[in-house]
Design a protein around this ligand. Structure first.
Ligand code: ACO
Length: 320
């Protein structure tokens, strides 16, 4: 007994920023961004809070599952930056939807949703929960330096949710970390303690793009092989691949050796950019709502991110 996905939801900020919009104030171009990453547009927070989007996506997922908030035994949220350091985004969503289920945030960067799914599995397998709400919200536009063209063009904001119920939909999951505190780094605020002797680092996401690229291609390929083997499947048995949407070149390079039909690899990077943990969640909801998945389909979610974390989960789709 593990879980199955009973409902999904997502919510994106209203404001859409195109590559041409960025070229108005950065030394960049639509051609450079599309050819290097596959990104054409991204959604960016303006008047909405991340909490607004996370709450909206949670309500959509509950409605999709035909569930009430009172059924939720646990709320897990994948985020690198909730609106407040405390309370967590998970608690803020719990308050808004009206449940006092235990709630906490997980920071595993872009792999956060997969970490949440594996924690949900443990709670359900041990009998401590029957229904788990997994949410994700990322405000990447508030982490990047908008004068740094090598990072700010890559990211977008958004939120997503899935309601997991006890059942037989999780076939395998695998999480890993290759610890590295430099390749992707976002410092925290040092505060104003008169005793602190640690110098404030620049408050913006820093990234060694080349290093992350190499890690990502290797990690995603390895995670796919390992999770398929754990499930007793081959990569060819997977109906749909939902990879983290950081760069189409990374997705192509990591899947190349498996000779997968490209129509099985789902993408929304062109319209959303890299929304960190939220990417796979929004992707899942978008294609679920389009009616792409059928009952019995095998979906493989795979991601990499700051940490450096990586992971993959295979689920069988149980909805029609
Ligand atoms: N517009 C125009 N030129 C640019 C831009 C831009 N937006 N950004 C960088 N350049 C320039 C660079 O300055 C460099 O110029 P130079 O040759 O004169 O020094 C040139 O373009 C080439 O830069 P590269 O770094 O070699 O470009 P590359 O092809 O490697 O692509 C990229 C860079 C897109 C960042 C790639 O390395 C990548 O995708 N890496 C992985 C990033 C990633 O996945 N991040 C997500 C991590 S998860 C997380 O953050 C939570």
């Amino acid at each position: 007994m593990s879980f199955y996905v009973a409902g999904t939801g997502s919510a994106l900020p209203e404001k859409v920023v195109s590559n041409d919009d960025l070229a108005q104030f950065l030394d960049t171009s639509d051609e450079w961004i599309v050819s290097r990453t596959g990104i054409r547009r991204r959604h960016v927070l303006t008047h909405e809070s991340l909490t607004d989007l996370a709450v909206a996506s949670a309500k959509i997922a509950l409605e999709d599952a035909g569930a009430e908030a009172s059924e939720i035994d646990l709320i897990l949220c994948a985020t690198m930056r909730a609106d407040t350091v405390t309370p967590s985004l998970a608690c803020a969503v719990g308050e808004a939807i009206g449940t006092s289920a235990p709630a906490f945030d997980i920071n595993a960067a872009c792999v956060g949703v997969l970490y949440c799914m594996e924690i949900a599995d443990s709670f359900i397998v041990s009998g401590r929960a029957k229904t788990v709400l997994v949410i994700s919200g990322e405000a990447m536009s508030k982490l990047v330096d908008w004068t740094d063209r090598s990072t700010c063009v890559l990211f977008g904001d958004g939120a997503g949710a899935m309601l997991l119920r006890a059942g037989e939909g999780r076939l395998a999951g695998e999480l890993s970390t290759r610890p590295d505190t430099h390749a992707i780094r976002m410092p925290n605020i040092e505060g104003n303690s008169p005793y602190n002797r640690i110098e404030q680092e620049k408050l913006a996401l820093q990234m060694d793009g080349g290093e992350v690229y190499k890690f990502a291609v290797n990690a995603m390929g390895r995670n796919i092989e390992e999770v398929c083997s754990m499930a007793g499947l081959t990569p060819a048995d997977i109906d749909w691949y939902l990879p983290h949407q950081a760069n189409v070149r990374i997705i192509d390079a990591s899947l190349k050796k498996f000779k997968i039909d490209k129509s099985k690899v789902l993408l929304n990077i062109a319209e959303c950019g890299n929304m960190s943990a939220t990417s796979v969640m929004v992707l899942l909801d978008e294609y679920a709502k389009k009616g792409t998945f059928h009952c019995g389909d095998k979906l493989l979610l795979v991601a990499f991110g700051g940490g450096l974390t990586s992971g993959a989960v295979i689920i069988e789709w149980k909805k029609n």
